[in-house]
Design a protein around this ligand. Structure first.
Ligand SMILES: [Zn+2]
Length: 365
C-alpha cells in the first residue's frame, strides 16, 4: 500500500516564496513540487515551534522548511524522527548560544533538583557581573516608578548635600561592592526599596514618619545591608529561576516580563527572614559605627507597625516583613550604649526633611 500523499508548503530558506508541494513519508520524507524533488533523512529532521495543527520541519543545519497541517503525518514523524524536538542550532542563532543555553539550563535543572531555585540563586547572585546587575537595576527602577505612578524626584540641593554626606559616612568602611545610589521620591507610603545594582529608592513618607534622623538612617542602613548581601539579585533569580538564566543567555533582560515580575515582587513581597535579620544586624553595626542610635530602627518599625494596622496597603512592613521578634532582636543587638545619639544635628535634620521642597506643594500626577 503506497504511503499517503499530504499537501504542504516548501520554503527554501533563502527567499520568502512559498512552494506548494506534496509530502510522502517513506524511508525519508519525500518532497515533490514543480521543479523540486527532495528526500530528507528522518534522523536529521527537527520541528519548529508552531501551534497545532501547523507543523514546520526541516533538516538540522539547513534553513529549508516544509509546513503542513496533516495530523496523521505529524504523528508519523513524531514516531519516526528521534531528534524532532531537539533544539535546532540554526534556529536559535548559533552554536555558541546553544552551548551557553545548555549550560544555563543544566545549572538551572541541577539547581532545582538539588537545592531548589532559591538556594542556587543564593549561590549565583554574588557572581553576576556588576555591569549586568546595574543594567537590571535600571530596568527595575523604571518599572518600580511606573508601578508607583511615577512619583516625582525629591532633590532639593541643600537637603541632597546633607543626605550625600550621611550616606558617605555610613558607607565609609567600604564593604559594599557598589556605591549605593539613593533616590528620594515623593510618595505617601512609608517605604524604602533596594533594587539590583545598589539602587535604593526611598519614598518620602518614610522621612515624614521618622521622628529622629536615626530612625531614617537606621532604615537606610538596613537597605545597605540588602545591597551588601545582593538580596535583590537573589530575589530576582529565585523569582524567575531558569527563565532569568535563559534571558541572560539570550541577552534580553530589559524588555523582559521578568523585570515586571521583579518590580512587583520588590513592592509586595519580602525577602526571607534570614535576609531581613542579616540586614537588621548590618544596620545596627553601621549605626553604631557612624555615631547614630542603633536602636532607632526598632523604634520606627514598632511605630509603623501600629500605623500599618490602619493602612492596609503596601508599607515598609510589606517589603520588610515585620515581626515583634525582629524589633526585639534589633534592640537586643544594639544594646543601650548608643541610645539617644543623633546621627545628624537638628539643623541638618530639618534641612533633610525638606528634600521635596523642589517640588510644587500640590502633588502633580
Ligand atoms: Zn529588608
Amino acid at each position: 500500500m503506497p504511503a499517503p500523499s499530504v499537501h504542504g508548503t516548501y520554503f527554501d530558506g533563502q527567499s520568502a516564496r512559498a512552494h506548494p508541494v506534496s509530502l510522502v513519508l517513506e524511508d525519508s520524507l519525500e518532497i515533490t513540487g514543480r521543479d523540486l524533488r527532495l528526500a530528507w533523512s528522518l534522523p536529521d529532521l527537527v520541528a519548529g515551534d508552531t501551534a497545532r495543527p501547523l507543523m514546520r520541519v526541516g533538516p538540522t543545519g539547513s534553513a529549508a522548511r516544509v509546513e503542513f497541517t496533516d495530523e496523521g503525518l505529524a504523528e508519523a514523524l513524531k514516531e519516526r524522527c528521534p531528534g524532532l524536538y531537539r533544539t535546532d542550532p540554526s534556529a536559535s542563532g548559533g552554536r555558541l548560544r546553544l552551548v551557553l543555553w545548555s549550560i544555563a539550563a543544566g545549572i538551572s535543572v541541577i539547581g532545582l533538583a538539588v537545592y531548589g531555585v532559591p538556594a542556587i540563586a543564593v549561590r549565583l547572585a554574588p557572581v553576576i557581573p556588576a555591569a549586568m546587575e546595574a543594567r537590571i537595576g535600571g530596568a527595575v527602577d523604571g518599572q518600580i516608578g511606573r508601578l508607583l505612578g511615577d512619583p516625582p524626584l525629591c532633590d532639593d540641593a541643600s537637603a541632597r548635600a546633607v543626605l550625600d554626606r550621611l550616606i558617605q559616612r555610613m558607607t565609609a568602611n567600604g564593604d559594599l561592592s557598589v556605591d549605593p545610589a539613593v533616590t528620594i521620591r515623593r510618595h505617601g507610603i512609608a517605604n524604602a526599596l533596594t533594587l539590583p545594582g545598589g539602587r535604593v529608592v526611598v519614598l518620602s513618607e518614610l522621612i515624614d514618619k521618622s521622628d529622629t534622623p536615626d530612625e531614617f538612617a537606621g532604615v537606610l542602613a538596613h537597605e545597605f545591608g540588602h545591597v551588601a548581601a545582593h538580596d535583590p539579585m537573589r530575589a530576582l533569580l529565585a523569582a524567575s529561576g531558569s527563565s532569568f538564566l535563559l534571558s541572560l543567555v539570550l541577552g534580553d533582560l530589559t524588555g523582559s516580563t521578568i523585570i515586571v515580575a521583579v518590580g512587583q515582587a520588590a513592592i509586595s513581597a519580602g525577602y526571607s527572614r534570614e535576609a531581613e535579620n542579616a540586614a537588621d544586624a548590618y544596620s545596627v553595626e553601621v549605626m553604631r559605627r557612624s555615631g547614630g542610635d542603633a536602636t532607632a530602627l526598632a523604634t520606627i518599625l514598632r511605630r509603623i507597625a501600629k500605623d500599618d494596622a490602619k493602612d492596609e496597603f503596601a508599607s515598609l512592613l510589606r517589603s520588610h516583613p515585620y515581626t515583634a521578634e525582629r524589633a526585639d532582636r534589633i534592640a537586643e543587638m544594639a544594646g543601650t550604649e548608643t541610645v539617644g545619639r543623633r546621627i545628624l544635628d537638628e539643623a541638618e535634620w530639618a534641612t533633610l526633611k525638606g528634600i521635596c521642597r523642589n517640588l510644587p506643594a500640590k502633588s502633580v500626577k
